[in-house]
Design a protein around this ligand. Structure first.
Ligand code: ADP
Length: 189
């Protein structure tokens, strides 16, 4: 199964993606996690990405696309994967399409977690306190939500027009959201 998990910052993509991936035995590919690991390790990629991440901006498409291309070429992705946080721009969608077309594959389902903005801001502020992420300050959170609305929200209608998008409410308990996602994936499988 080749899946995409979409949704605004703080929607709970990472948490739900972990659960889906262990259930389906597919790798969880989070571009945010890969960038953060590179920042921690001080790689050239991490040094470049950090400038953008700390400001709440997207890392340039060229950098992100190359990173995802490398990751999807690894053996564990041959039979499926879940992308969390990618694609986020129209250009990234085009790149992903061509990466998959080269393998004769396509995306099976896109799950979009929907949440209300007040809830998201509260969650992110709480995460800042719990995890101390550099991009979880209130000013940067606001910018990340703006960038999402400008650049990533339009992807929803694009995937909807391909007939593979399902919107799932991300409100409520983790287990409730998981149950909704399972219902969607098991009915389309
Ligand atoms: P969130 O979606 O909660 O803001 P992520 O952990 O998914 O957090 O991503 C953190 C940061 O990593 C983003 O704000 C952005 O700077 C960078 N990033 C992650 N994925 C992408 C992507 N597909 N394109 C560009 N930048 C990305």
């Amino acid at each position: 199964m080749r899946l995409i998990m979409m949704g605004p910052p703080g929607a709970g993509k990472g948490t739900q993606a972990d659960i889906v991936c262990s259930d389906k035995s597919i790798p969880h590919i989070s571009t945010g996690d890969i960038f953060r690991a590179n920042v921690t390790q001080g790689t050239a990629l991490g040094i470049e990405a950090k400038r953008y991440m700390d400001a709440g901006e997207y890392v340039p498409d060229g950098v992100t696309n190359a990173m995802v291309r490398d990751r999807l070429a690894q053996a564990d992705c041959a039979n499926g994967f879940l992308l969390d946080g990618y694609p986020r721009t129209i250009e990234q969608v085009g790149e992903l399409d061509s990466m998959l077309a080269a393998q004769g594959a396509g995306i099976d389902a896109v799950v979009e977690l929907t949440v209300d903005i007040d809830e998201v801001v509260q969650r992110l502020v709480k995460r800042a306190a719990d995890q101390g992420r550099a991009d979880d300050t209130e000013e940067v959170i606001r910018r990340r939500l703006e960038v999402f609305a400008e650049q990533t929200a339009p992807l929803t209608s694009l995937y909807a027009s391909r007939g593979i998008l399902t919107q799932v409410s991300g409100m409520g308990d983790v287990a409730d959201v998981t149950a909704r996602i399972h219902a969607v994936l098991n009915s389309s499988a």
